[in-house]
Design a protein around this ligand. Structure first.
Ligand code: UGA
Length: 433
C-alpha cells in the first residue's frame, strides 16, 4: 500500500516508520524544510528508543522517504494520514484544530482516485465530519472516505506499542476504506491483534475515553497514596492487592508526582470541554484534572518537609526533569511545577536529566549538571522526579558522601524505605506511610 503521512512529529514519524517496516511505501511530509532535511540525513528530531535504526533501515531499503512537498505522495496514496498536532487552544483548553483543517484543505487539492483520509491526530468527536465537509466542498466529485484511527503509543515505548498493540481501533463507515485499513494493518493479524471497527465518532471518543480513564486511574492511586501516608499503609502493596483483580488490572497504578506529558493533560481538558458542550459534563474527569494540577504544585512542599519547612539558602539536587523516562519530552512535566516552587521557597536547584535538554530554556536559574553524582554534590536534599533507569541503581554510599545532608525525596518510589534508612538517609517517598 502507498501511504502519505502528513506531519513528522512524534506520532507521524513513529507511525510512518512502522508502516514502512510492515512493507508499505511511506512518504512522511512536513512543512518544516529544516526538519525534513535533517531527517533525510538520518537525524531524528526526538529521542525515542529504536526509532533511529528503524528509520535508517527503511530509508535504505527504499520504503520510507521524507518530503516537504505533499503533491506526489498524496496523489499516489491509497491512504493519507493526518498526524499533525492538536495542542490545547490557549485560554480555553479546546483542542486547536487549525493544523488538521489545513491538512484537510491541502489533501483535498491534491488527491487523485479513491483515497482514504485517516485521522491519527487526537481530535474531538465530530472532527472527521468536518474534514469530510472541507474535502467535499473543495472537491465535490472526489472519491474518498474519512476514517478515524487513533493511536495508543506511549512515548519511550512507541515502536513496541505500534507493533504489538492491545488493539487497533478504526472508525469507518465505508467498506472500501475498511478494506484499505485491514490491508495496512494486516501484518499485525499474525499475532491476532484485535481490530475494532466502529463508527467514526465512536472511534474519536474511544481515544479520549482511554486517555481520560488512564489519567483517572493514576489520580485514583495518587489519592490512595496520600491516604496510605496518613493511616500508615503502603500504596505499592495496595496497588498490587487491587491490581491482581483482573477487573482492575495492575497497570497504571504507580503513585507519583501527578501525570504529565503531551497527551493526558491536554486530552483530559479537551474531553471536559466536549462533554460540557454536549450538556453531559464528565465530572470525574473535571475533578481528575483539578486534583492532578494541585498535586504537581504540592510536591515541592514534600521537599520543604524533609528540611523542616525552610528552603532558604538550601541547595536541592534534582534527578530527572522529563515527564517520564526514555523521552526528551518536557511538556507538562511535573518538574515544571516542582522546580520553580522550590526556587520560590528560596532554594538553589541543581539538576540532571539524561535527555531533558529543553529544560535549559524552560527552567531559568537552574544549574544543569553533567551527571547524577554532580547533581547531588553539596545538596541539602535530593528529589527524584523522573524514574530513569540510571537513577535506580545509584551508588548510595557515594551519593551520601557527596551530599551536604542525606535527605532524599523519592517521588517515584524507586528505592526501598528500609534500605535507605539503614544507609543513614532521611528518606521520604510516595504513599508508604
Ligand atoms: C499516553 C498513553 O499511555 C498512550 O496510550 C497514548 O497513546 C498517549 O498518551 C497519547 O495520547 O499519545 P504517554 O503520554 O506517552 O502516553 O505516557 P504514559 O506512559 O501514559 O505516562 C503519562 C504520565 O502518567 C507520565 O507523567 C507518567 O509518569 C504518569 N504515570 C503513568 C504515573 O504517574 N503512574 C503510572 O502508573 C503511569
Amino acid at each position: 500500500m502507498r501511504v502519505a503521512m502528513i506531519g513528522t512529529g512524534y506520532v507521524g514519524l513513529v507511525s510512518g516508520a512502522c508502516f514502512a517496516d510492515f512493507g508499505h511505501d511511506v512518504v512522511c511530509i512536513d512543512k518544516d524544510a529544516g526538519k525534513i532535511e535533517r531527517l533525510k540525513q538520518g537525524e531524528i528530531p526526538i529521542f525515542e528508543p529504536g526509532l533511529e535504526a528503524l528509520v535508517e533501515r527503511n530509508v535504505r531499503e527504499g520504503r520510507l522517504a521524507f518530503s516537504v512537498d505533499a503533491a506526489d505522495a498524496v496523489r499516489a496514496a491509497d491512504a493519507v494520514f493526518i498526524a499533525v498536532g492538536t495542542p490545547s487552544r490557549r485560554g480555553d483548553g479546546y483542542a486547536d484544530l487549525s493544523y488538521v483543517h489545513a491538512a484537510a484543505e491541502e489533501i483535498a487539492g491534491l488527491m487523485d482516485g479513491f483515497t482514504v483520509v485517516v485521522t491519527k491526530s487526537t481530535v474531538p468527536v465530530g472532527t472527521g465530519d468536518e474534514i469530510e465537509a472541507i474535502i467535499r466542498k473543495a472537491r465535490p466529485d472526489a472519491q474518498f472516505a474519512v476514517v478515524s484511527n487513533p493511536e495508543f503509543l506511549r512515548e519511550g515505548a512507541a515502536i513496541e506499542d505500534f507493533k504489538r498493540p492491545d488493539r487497533i481501533v478504526v472508525g469507518a463507515e465505508d467498506e472500501r476504506a475498511k478494506a484499505v485499513m485491514n490491508e495496512l494493518y494486516r501484518p499485525l493479524f499474525l499475532n491476532e491483534t484485535p481490530i475494532v471497527f466502529t463508527g467514526r465518532r465512536t472511534s474519536e471518543l474511544i481515544k479520549y475515553a482511554a486517555n481520560a480513564f488512564l489519567a483517572l486511574k493514576i489520580t485514583f492511586i495518587n489519592e490512595i497514596a496520600d491516604l496510605c501516608e496518613a493511616v500508615g499503609a503502603d500504596v505499592q502493596q495496595v496497588a498490587r492487592g487491587i491490581g491482581l483483580d483482573k477487573r482492575i488490572g495492575n497497570k497504571f497504578l504507580n503513585a507519583g508526582p501527578g501525570y504529565g506529558g503531551s497527551c493526558f493533560p491536554k486530552d483530559t481538558i479537551a474531553l471536559v470541554r466536549t462533554a460540557q458542550d454536549a450538556g453531559t459534563p464528565v465530572r470525574l474527569i473535571e475533578t481528575t484534572v483539578e486534583i492532578n494540577d494541585a498535586r504537581k504544585k504540592a510536591m515541592a512542599g514534600r521537599v520543604a518537609d524533609v528540611l523542616d519547612g525552610d528552603l532558604t539558602g538550601k541547595v536541592i539536587g534534582v534527578l530527572g526533569l522529563t515527564f517520564k523516562p526514555n523521552t526528551d519530552d518536557m511538556r507538562d512535566a511535573p518538574s515544571l511545577d516542582i522546580v520553580p516552587a522550590l526556587q520560590a521557597m528560596g532554594a538553589t536547584v541543581q539538576a540532571y536529566d539524561p535527555e531533558g535538554h529543553e529544560a535549559k530554556q524552560m527552567l531559568p536559574g537552574v544549574v544543569f549538571k553533567a551527571g547524577p553524582y554532580e547533581a547531588v554534590e553539596g545538596a541539602d536534599a535530593v528529589v527524584i522526579i523522573t524514574e530513569w533507569d540510571q537513577f535506580r541503581a545509584l551508588d548510595l554510599d557515594r551519593m551520601k558522601a557527596l551530599m551536604k545532608s542525606p535527605n532524599v525525596v523519592d517521588l517515584r518510589n524507586i528505592y526501598r524505605p528500609e534500605d535507605m534508612r539503614s544507609r543513614g538517609f532521611r528518606y521520604s517517598s510516595v504513599g508508604r506511610g
